[in-house]
Write a protein that binds this ligand. Structure first.
Ligand code: ADP
Ligand code: MG
Length: 341
């Protein structure tokens, strides 16, 4: 075969292979877009595990009529314009790939209204030539993305979909991860017309505690103690729950870097060391947030952004180890123990 440039539809479908693994990845990408758009409320409606229908509605800034079609094209983003931007990124998105990828493997309808437009507009893209039609619609300020018949044109992918319940559980988990990172945002999730989750915006300490219990379970919220450590560069905060007796909290393990959930060996290593140091069980649960200057971490390592690279990995590791270790030591000290009756 001679060398040739791939048609856009095919290029997008290939990219979708990396970003859109299953309905939960669609939900993750679309909800992150809502947050990047400054939404305070995000509603998610799922039908049949997401394979039939995914609708994500937000009250963010919206997309102007003239940019609707552009938003669906590959490498189109409002979040970075230069390499400098990329190196100091704080938004979830920056690759400009999600909408293009998702629309190449589904029937996608994007409806939006900005503050300064008197009416809403809608763009519809159905695989094939990526030709986008834009027409007037009804919608309040904000954006709705409707994704129907995911993988209808990529049968190999479609065959990998599991039972609706399994796919929905992945979506539920994707939302938990995001909702833990963004306690001030109100999230609503329903499946087949039935309300499944309602995470209300948390402001007070008590509301934060309620939200932690709603997402991670009451047992974890009860057992967990607050972590807070910091220096000029690094901040670590969140909760650590050490299981007792029959309990195990190994299901509750969430680590965030600048609000983005990541899997990181370095962090797991530091945690394990801290627990071992104090003779604690290793099936601890945690929700930990690390904040550091964006220049100190590379988030552009993986298309789905599951991994990051710290520029000073050793330093970050030791900081986390110290922070956790101090917190556990404090917990064990006789002063921290509840007073005897
Ligand atoms: P990225 O998030 O990497 O920029 P996407 O393909 O996810 O790429 O989105 C492309 C662009 O569409 C975004 O940069 C943003 O300008 C716009 N967009 C997508 N979703 C929303 C939304 N819910 N609200 C406002 N703008 C959006
Ligand atoms: Mg995005």
């Amino acid at each position: 075969m001679p060398i040739q440039i791939l048609p856009p539809q095919l290029a997008n479908q290939i990219a979708a292979g990396e970003v859109v693994e299953r309905p939960a990845s669609v939900v993750k990408e679309l909800v992150e877009n809502c947050l990047d758009a400054g939404a305070s409320k995000v509603e998610i409606e799922i039908d049949r595990g997401g394979s039939k229908r995914i609708l994500i509605r937000d009250n963010g800034i919206g997309i102007g009529k003239s940019e609707l079609a552009l938003a669906l094209s590959r490498h189109a983003t409002s979040k970075v314009a230069s390499l400098d931007d990329l190196e100091s990124i704080l938004s979830f998105g920056f690759r400009g790939e999600a909408l293009a990828s998702i629309s190449s493997v589904s029937r996608l309808t994007l409806t939006s209204k900005t503050q300064d437009q008197s009416e809403a507009w809608q763009a519809y893209a159905e695989g094939q030539e990526m030709a986008v039609k834009v027409q007037p619609a009804a919608h309040p300020v904000g954006t709705s993305v409707l994704v129907e018949d995911l993988f209808f044109n990529t049968p190999a992918r479609r065959r990998f979909l599991r039972a609706d319940k399994t796919e929905f559980n992945h979506i539920d988990e994707a939302l938990r991860r995001i909702a833990l990172a963004k306690p001030s945002i109100h999230f609503v999730l329903s499946h087949n017309g039935k309300l499944v989750r309602q995470y209300r915006s948390a402001r007070t300490e008590r509301q934060h505690q309620q939200r932690l219990a709603a997402i991670c379970g009451g047992k974890f919220a009860e057992a967990a103690f607050a972590i807070s450590a910091g220096n000029e560069q690094l901040q670590l905060h969140g909760h650590l729950g050490i299981a007792q007796g029959e309990q195990s909290f190994s299901e509750v393990q969430y680590f965030y870097v600048n609000g983005r959930i990541v899997r990181d060996r370095l962090v797991n290593h530091a945690l394990r060391q801290a627990l071992e140091l104090h003779g604690q069980r290793l099936d601890a649960g945690f929700v930990l947030h690390l904040e550091l200057p964006p220049q100190e971490v590379d988030v552009n390592v993986h298309p789905a952004k599951h991994e990051v690279r710290f520029h000073q990995a050793r330093y970050v590791h030791d900081f986390i180890l110290q922070g956790l270790s101090d917190a556990i030591a404090q917990l064990q000290s006789p002063l921290a123990a509840p007073s005897a009756p």
